[in-house]
Design a protein around this ligand. Structure first.
Ligand SMILES: [Fe+2]
Length: 394
């Protein structure tokens, strides 16, 4: 039922799209104190300052330098600082060291953004862009939107691991969704088509569209909520190896895991850190910040399982989605007919198709119009800091 409209770009509105998306990244950072921009508490969390610089570097490196005649690179050292993982584009600061960079300063990074924005706007005003350049711009905009979501994850981690538990904001950050009754939707066995088709932007990993055969299954219309998940905790779910994969059980023991990320048992009550600060658990909110091991263990404890990504996509028009990225039981692999683009852009998705698990849908933190039912997000199964949840299948 719920599907985001694909972000549709034409040359007339390209400039407005660019301005709006670029401004939104800065809006997300507006409540931060200057110190919040710089720290990197774990390798997976990048400093907000780095996200602001890296998304700017993307436009400068892939659009302006090769295509805008007479463009002068802002600072040739920034390629080393803000390249994330593009081997094609050269050496870069190691990921674990992003938080060690006191320079460029936050002010420098904002100046870098302003410079690149001014040039991008001048470039886009010329108009008459070739199709492959429009595709690259669309990729740059979708890339910045992915980093907007990462900014929420990383800001939450930075503030939520500070002993003072400072709120990110005192205003509502994400609107609460209406609570729906849970039912299991029956999907009949048969051949279904999976993957992107049609107009508008999609990532290369959503192609090629192809057929798959599914056995009959029943999928929940709602996500597992905090009250449901609390039953698993109280039933000693984290102490019973039978629910867990071997790797998951190792993770439980080495991390001494007892609850989702951000949960704290304080004065006989379960509390959790939210972007509004430390709060009592909302029992009806969908559980969040669980990794694949936890999602699988919960499903096993219920005597059910997670959907495959094919099952999820085939059924996705029949339930509401969009509050949590939903762990699937599918490894992140190329679809039949998947093709890597030549050059640096070919490094965007394809090279991560090993040891990652697919998540479907979108989350409260996903920018509007960014996701669609064929969107394939992916994370390593141990990771919890993304806004991830559980939908069950039986
Ligand atoms: Fe990136």
């Amino acid at each position: 039922m719920k599907e985001f409209e694909t972000l549709k770009i034409n040359t007339e509105n390209l400039l407005n799209q660019y301005k709006n998306i670029r401004a939104h990244s800065e809006e997300i950072c507006r409540p931060l104190e200057i110190e919040d921009y710089v720290v990197q508490p774990i390798v997976d969390v990048s400093p907000p300052k780095w996200h602001l610089g890296h998304t700017t570097w993307f436009f400068e490196t892939f659009i302006l330098i090769p295509n805008f005649k007479g463009y002068k690179e802002y600072n040739s050292q920034y390629n080393f600082v803000f390249n994330s993982y593009y081997e094609t584009v050269g050496a870069r600061v190691v990921r674990t060291d992003r938080g060690n960079l006191s320079r460029p300063s936050v002010a420098d990074v904002y100046r870098y953004r302003a410079y690149v924005d001014e040039k991008m706007e001048a470039f886009l005003q010329i108009g008459d862009l070739k199709e492959d350049l429009i595709s690259l711009l669309e990729l740059g905009l979708n890339h910045e939107q992915q980093h907007q979501e990462l900014l929420y994850y990383d800001i939450k981690y930075i503030l939520g691991h500070n002993p003072l538990f400072p709120p990110y904001s005192n205003k509502v950050v994400f609107e609460k969704k209406e609570i729906q009754a849970t039912e299991f939707i029956t999907m009949k066995e048969g051949i279904y088509e999976i993957g992107f088709q049609g107009e508008g932007f999609s990532f290369d990993n959503e192609s090629a569209r192809h057929k798959c055969y599914l056995e009959t299954y029943e999928i929940s219309s709602t996500l597992v909520n905090n009250a449901d998940y609390l039953h698993f905790i109280e039933d000693e779910g984290y102490s019973d190896f039978r629910h867990w994969h071997s790797e998951g059980w190792d993770w439980v023991k080495t991390q001494n895991a007892k609850a989702p990320l951000y949960w704290h048992f304080i004065d006989e009550k379960w509390m959790y850190y939210t972007l509004n600060g430390l709060q009592e658990i909302d029992p009806l909110a969908p559980v969040c910040h669980i990794n694949f091991y936890e999602a699988s263990a919960y499903a096993a404890w219920k005597g059910m399982r997670l959907p495959t990504e094919q099952e999820w996509e085939a059924a996705s028009d029949r339930f509401n989605w969009g509050e949590r990225w939903e762990w699937t039981n599918s490894a992140y692999l190329p679809y039949p007919g998947f093709k890597k683009e030549p050059g640096a852009i070919g490094e965007y998705n394809g090279k991560f198709m090993v040891n990652q698990w697919v998540l479907r849908g979108s989350s409260d933190a996903t920018p509007k119009n960014h996701s669609r039912k064929t969107y394939r997000n992916f994370f390593h199964p141990r990771l919890q800091w993304q806004f991830s949840g559980i939908r069950l299948v039986k």
